[in-house]
Design a protein around this ligand. Structure first.
Ligand SMILES: [Zn+2]
Length: 294
């Protein structure tokens, strides 16, 4: 498996660190109640075989982090599902044992090197490597990092009645320990942009206060989208929410915002779950959008 992908955005280097590849996610599970013929009969050429089985019944997804090295800072964006986390209600992520930290090291980054961990939202597959178990408790994986995430998102999911089943247990083992260690920087993205070169954009919908994260360097743009989309088919069908989107109308609005932002700024779109390289460019075509993998 090729686990290292590198890109340049101006003076910054962006590298993917793979945690998991999920090769066969049923499309009728991820996108229920949709006319999915676009995956079979009308499939755009840019949704290639790395994205879907020929019959459209199974979709590939990736779970990964992005490392951004700006010359000044080492930044990790989203932290996968983590090792050893008890997720009995979510078998895909239950008690994982992946070589994620070894892959991070292969990309040239040790945990102590990370200056900032930027988190798009507090779902199970985005915060897991926030913490590791030290034998007695969960402690921050990145001892020198500030972990930046939404204060509103944090307060909403602190109430466990708001936590959807796939993310049960996440707050206690992967979010609160970072706050307790004094390493969290909880922000209101409307008013606070604490990391040079990065802009947090409120893209509510998939989760309560989901953020997409823009990077500008040397006049070039990147967009770390979080989960405004899960799969390239949503570039062709921006109205499709995934089964994991919590606030339906807002999720559709935020997806269109992200597609327009990427197209307007010719931003490299760094997705959270697209298979293949997971990165690409969005262009307008025929009143819609197309995806050009990078
Ligand atoms: Zn996700």
């Amino acid at each position: 498996m090729d686990t290292i992908q590198r890109y340049r955005i101006g003076n910054a280097t962006v590298t993917r660190v793979t945690e998991l590849i999920l090769p066969e996610v049923p499309s009728d599970f991820l996108f229920p109640d949709r006319d999915r013929t676009i995956l079979t009969h009308d499939r755009p050429h840019w949704i290639g075989s790395e994205n879907t089985s020929a019959d459209g019944k199974n979709l590939a997804l990736s779970v990964h982090s992005w490392i951004v090295q700006t010359g000044r800072h080492t930044i990790l964006i989203d932290t996968g599902a983590g090792n050893g986390k008890s997720r009995p209600l979510n078998p895909l992520f239950h008690r994982l044992d992946t070589p994620y930290l070894e892959r991070l090291a292969a990309a040239g980054v040790k945990p102590a090197d990370v200056d900032f961990v930027l988190i798009t939202h507090l779902h199970v597959d985005h915060v897991g490597w926030n913490t590791v178990h030290d034998g007695s408790r969960w402690v921050p994986t990145f001892p020198n990092a500030r972990y930046v995430f939404s204060d509103a998102e944090y307060r909403f999911y602190a109430d466990e009645r708001h936590v959807q089943t796939p993310s049960a247990g996440v707050f206690a083992d992967s979010v609160q320990p970072v706050v307790d260690a004094g390493q969290a920087l909880l922000i209101d993205a409307e008013n606070q942009q604490p990391v040079d070169g990065f802009t947090f954009h409120k893209t509510r919908g998939h989760s309560f206060d989901h953020l997409s994260i823009g990077l500008v360097s040397g006049g070039e743009h990147g967009l770390f989208s979080g989960d405004v989309m899960h799969h390239p088919v949503q570039v062709a069908q921006p109205g499709w929410n995934s089964v994991f989107c919590e606030f339906q109308d807002d999720a559709r609005r935020s997806r269109l915002w992200a597609l327009n932002f990427a197209a307007d700024n010719r931003a490299t779109f760094f997705s959270s779950h697209f298979p293949g390289t997971s990165a690409g460019v969005v262009e307008r075509h025929d009143g819609g959008f197309v995806w050009i993998p990078r």
